[in-house]
Design a protein around this ligand. Structure first.
Ligand SMILES: Nc1ncnc2c1ncn2[C@@H]1O[C@H](COP(=O)(O)OP(=O)(O)OP(=O)(O)O)[C@@H](O)[C@H]1O
Ligand SMILES: [Mg+2]
Length: 342
């Protein structure tokens, strides 16, 4: 039998405060699976996690809920110049760490060519963003519950559609993303390498961008190329670097230093290093088990490194509630609303 959950387990798994869970229980109790008696306590079934997420997404921003945050969640895009440097693994494991720290987190798989977050997380999503455009499915149906309660949204062909679509479709999609942003603590966006058409929207919309590089000289050159392209397109918001697959702290510091000084000198852009991840064979073992590293081997070196990166990002968050939507701001930036009126 699957593990039963206490209210505090449920709070960790959903990122919702216990008081809010109690409120949803009293308002929408009939939708939740029946609780189970064990010993002298009542426990939630694991299915309650997905149901509560759904309730929160549908009703959380309505007037009925007592204290959901009024602002928007952070949108953090993970990118790189070169492929295969560890974006997808970092995106998923960061979201897990955020969730463990009590922030309701989503991973949006915006890599059309090699969408693999669901494989790394060991889940089988039913819908993709593309289905959302075509069919009458709700936003909450788009979100597949993943490990530790992280929500996973497969981008699928919808990501490309975003690049090629009409102003109306683009607006519909960005509107959906805005709505997710409203009901989420942190959204981590995994992208394909570089700045292809389908990726551009997400990198430019994000509040913050993490660029992963390795000591490989081509990774550095390609990362610089990406940053230059983003700069020309009106990049805003902070850019962070993460050095992956490194053999030593000294080596990581040298790579980060070189990258930051190139960005400062030639692009007039500040790139802050927020950490490094050691080369660690636990990644391969975790992938083979279709389990995220931070669940499979939470005490491994790389898992600890990722925990530190998550900690830096959480500490660096602005105080107070974010009142602007990343996707709405982006919609304005590319002037979709005006285009649509034509
Ligand atoms: N620190 C590390 N140590 C050892 N192996 C790693 C490390 N980080 C990532 N890997 C491995 O590198 C490979 C690529 O990782 P991942 O898929 O996360 O990269 P990516 O940047 O998303 O790739 P793509 O550009 O193809 O989407 C995987 O096999 C992963 O297990
Ligand atoms: Mg990837």
């Amino acid at each position: 039998m699957k593990q039963l959950l206490t209210i505090s387990d449920l709070s960790v798994a959903t990122g919702l405060e216990e008081s809010l869970i109690r409120f949803y229980e009293s308002e929408y109790g009939s939708r939740l699976p029946e609780k189970v008696v064990r010993g002298d306590g009542l426990f939630f079934r694991p299915e309650a996690v997905a149901v509560l997420r759904d309730i929160h997404l549908r009703h959380g921003s309505g007037n009925a809920a007592p204290a959901p945050e009024r602002g928007y969640g952070r949108v953090i895009a993970v990118s790189s110049g070169k492929g295969g440097v560890g974006k997808s693994n970092l995106a998923l494991n960061l979201a897990i760490e955020f969730q463990r720290a009590g922030h309701m987190s989503l991973v949006l798989d915006a890599d059309l060519g090699m969408a693999n977050i669901h494989l790394l997380a060991g889940v089988q999503p039913r819908y993709t963003l593309g289905d959302f455009l075509k069919e009458q499915i709700s936003i909450s149906e788009l979100i597949t519950p993943g490990p530790c309660g992280v929500g996973i949204i497969p981008g699928g062909a919808g990501i490309m559609a975003l690049a090629d679509s009409t102003a109306r479709e683009r607006r519909q999609m960005l509107g959906a993303l805005e709505s997710m942003e409203k009901n989420t603590g942190i959204m981590v966006v995994d992208t394909a390498a570089g700045m292809g058409a389908g990726v551009r929207d997400f990198l430019l919309a994000a509040d913050e961008i993490i660029i992963i590089l390795t000591q490989d000289i081509t990774a550095m050159a390609d990362a610089y190329g990406l940053l230059k392209g983003l700069r020309q397109e009106g990049l805003r918001g902070p850019v962070y670097s993460v050095i992956n697959m490194t053999a030593s702290l000294k080596q990581a510091a040298a790579v980060a230093g070189r990258f930051a000084s190139c960005a400062a000198q030639f692009l007039d852009l500040r790139v802050e290093n927020i950490g490094y991840i050691m080369r660690d064979s636990s990644f391969a073992a975790a992938t083979a088990r279709r389990t995220p590293l931070n669940v499979f081997a939470p005490q491994s070196r790389a898992a600890k490194n990722i925990r530190n990166i998550a900690g830096s990002l959480l500490r660096g968050a602005e105080k107070g509630i974010k009142m602007n939507s990343a996707f709405k701001r982006y919609m304005k930036m590319v002037n979709i609303e005006a285009e649509e009126k034509k």
